[in-house]
Write a protein that binds this ligand. Structure first.
Ligand code: 3PG
Ligand code: MG
Length: 400
C-alpha cells in the first residue's frame, strides 16, 4: 500500500480546494430508482470525509455506454437525488465534466459543497484516453482522487489520463479494495483456496491459468466445471459444456500439477432433465452416472462437505462466481452451503475471505453472508482482470 498516496497524504485542511473524485456511479436503475446502491454507499466515506475537510468535492463518473453521444437517459443528473439522500447533504449537478461552463459553475461552489459532473462518456475522447480531455478535466481541480476500483480496468481519460496531470490519491474505498486484494493474492497467508464458478470456461481461462500458479486449492464449480469433467473423459450428458475447450482444460490440469495446486471438481452432482425450479426429474448422483438426457445444475452435497473440509484447512479464500445455477431453486444449495462455511470460518478468525466479480455479490447476498466475508468487492470486470494477474491501468496510474 505504501505505493499509493491516500487521503491521509492530502493536507488536513482542504478548505476551498477542488478535488476531482473518480467514482463509479454506474449503478442499475429502474426508472428513477437505484435498484442496487452498493456502489453509491461505497463512495460515502471518501465523499463525506473530503466534504468535512472543506474540499469542493467534484464527482466524476461514467454511466452506461453512450459511446460519445449526449444521451439524456444516461445523464448522471439521475444520481443527484439518490446521492443527496445517501449523503444527507446538498448535491448539485454540473452540466459537463470539462470546459468553461463547468469551471464557471464550480467557481460558485463553497467549501464542503458536493457536485456531480455530467457523464464522462458523453465525450468520445473519454474511452480513447484522449490527453486533451484529460487536461480539460484536470483544469477543473487541484487534486485527483480515484475511488472507483470497479472502473480501474479501463484506461480512460477520467481513470488514467487525468491521474498523471494532478496530484493523485486513492480514496477510502479504493484503499480498502487494494489492501484486501493484497491480502488475498498479493501476499496471502497460506494455504490459499480459490472458488471459481460461473457458466463458461471461455470467459475465465486467463483467471484459472493465473490462479493455478498462485493458490493451493482451486475449486471449480458452475457450468465451467462440466468442461473440466468432460476433459477427464466424463460424460456430462446435456450439461452446459464447452467441448472445444477440453484441450485448454487439460493444459490447466497440467499447469496445476506442476505448480502443486490441487484442482477440486465435484464428484457428486445435482441433475435434472429440464432447467426449471424444483423439476420432477431432479436427482443427485455420482458424476459418472449422469444420463444422456440430464444436465448438471449444481454441485452435490457430498462434494460440498468435502469442499468445506478443504476450506477448514485454509487461511485465505478468494471467491468468484456461483457453484450452481443459483437463481433457480434448489440449484443454489451448494453455493449457499459453502458460502455459509466460508462466512463462519471468517467469523471465527481462521479465514480471510475476499469475494467479487459479476454474479458473486448477488450469490453471497442470496446466501445472506456477504456481510460476514472479510471483503466483498463492488467490481465486476476489474475484479476478474485482477484475478488474471493483470495490472489495472487506473491503479497503476496512482502508483508513486
Ligand atoms: C462496471 O459496471 O463494471 C464498471 O462501471 C465499468 O463499466 P464498463 O464495463 O461499461 O466499462
Ligand atoms: Mg462491465
Amino acid at each position: 500500500m505504501s505505493k499509493f498516496r491516500t487521503l491521509d497524504d492530502l493536507p488536513e485542511d482542504l478548505a476551498g480546494k477542488r478535488v476531482l473524485v473518480r467514482v463509479d456511479l454506474n449503478v442499475p436503475m429502474d426508472g428513477a430508482t437505484v435498484t442496487d446502491d452498493t456502489r453509491l454507499r461505497a463512495l460515502l466515506p471518501t465523499v463525506l470525509e473530503l466534504s468535512d475537510r472543506g474540499a469542493i468535492v467534484l464527482l466524476l463518473s461514467h454511466f452506461g455506454r453512450p459511446k460519445g453521444q449526449n444521451r439524456p437517459d444516461m445523464s448522471t443528473a439521475q444520481l443527484v437525488m439518490p446521492l443527496h439522500r445517501l449523503t444527507g447533504r446538498a448535491v448539485r449537478f454540473i452540466e459537463d465534466c470539462q470546459g468553461p461552463e463547468a469551471a464557471r459553475a464550480i467557481s460558485t461552489m463553497l467549501p464542503g459543497n458536493i457536485g456531480v459532473l455530467e457523464n464522462t462518456r458523453f465525450h468520445a475522447g473519454e474511452e480513447k484516453n484522449d490527453p486533451a480531455l484529460a487536461a480539460a478535466m484536470a483544469a477543473l481541480a487541484d487534486y485527483y482522487v480515484n475511488d472507483a476500483f470497479s472502473a480501474a480496468h479501463r484506461a480512460h481519460s477520467s481513470t488514467e489520463g487525468v491521474a498523471h496531470l494532478l496530484p493523485g490519491f486513492a480514496g477510502r474505498a479504493m484503499e480498502a479494495e487494494l489492501k484486501a486484494l493484497e491480502r488475498a493474492l498479493g501476499d496471502p497467508e497460506r494455504p490459499v483456496a480459490a472458488v471459481v464458478g460461473g457458466a463458461k470456461v471461455s470467459t475465465k481461462l486467463a483467471v484459472l491459468g493465473h490462479l493455478v500458479s498462485k493458490v493451493d486449492h482451486l475449486i471449480i464449480g458452475g457450468g465451467m466445471a462440466n468442461t473440466f469433467l468432460a476433459a477427464r473423459g466424463i460424460d456430462v450428458g446435456r450439461s452446459l459444456c464447452e467441448h472445444d475447450l477440453t484441450g485448454e482444460a487439460n493444459s490447466i490440469f497440467d499447469r496445476a500439477e506442476e505448480a502443486g495446486c490441487t484442482i477440486h471438481l465435484p464428484y457428486d452432482v445435482v441433475v435434472a432433465k429440464e432447467f426449471a425450479a424444483n423439476p420432477p426429474s431432479l436427482r443427485t448422483c455420482n458424476v459418472h452416472e449422469v444420463a444422456a438426457d440430464e444436465m448438471i445444475l449444481d454441485v452435490g452435497p457430498a462434494a460440498v462437505e468435502a469442499l468445506a473440509d478443504v476450506l477448514k484447512t485454509c487461511r485465505t479464500l478468494v471467491w468468484n462466481g456461483p457453484l450452481g445455477a443459483f437463481e433457480t431453486p434448489p440449484f443454489d444449495a451448494a453455493t449457499v452451503s459453502l458460502a455459509a462455511t466460508a462466512a463462519a470460518l471468517t467469523k471465527e478468525g481462521s479465514l480471510v475471505s475476499v469475494a467479487g466479480g459479476g454474479d458473486t455479490v448477488a450469490a453471497l447476498n442470496h446466501a445472506g453472508v456477504a456481510q460476514d466475508f472479510t471483503f466483498v468487492s463492488t467490481a465486476g470486470g476489474a475484479f476478474l482482470e485482477w484475478m488474471e494477474g493483470r495490472k489495472l491501468p487506473g491503479v497503476a496510474a496512482l502508483e508513486r
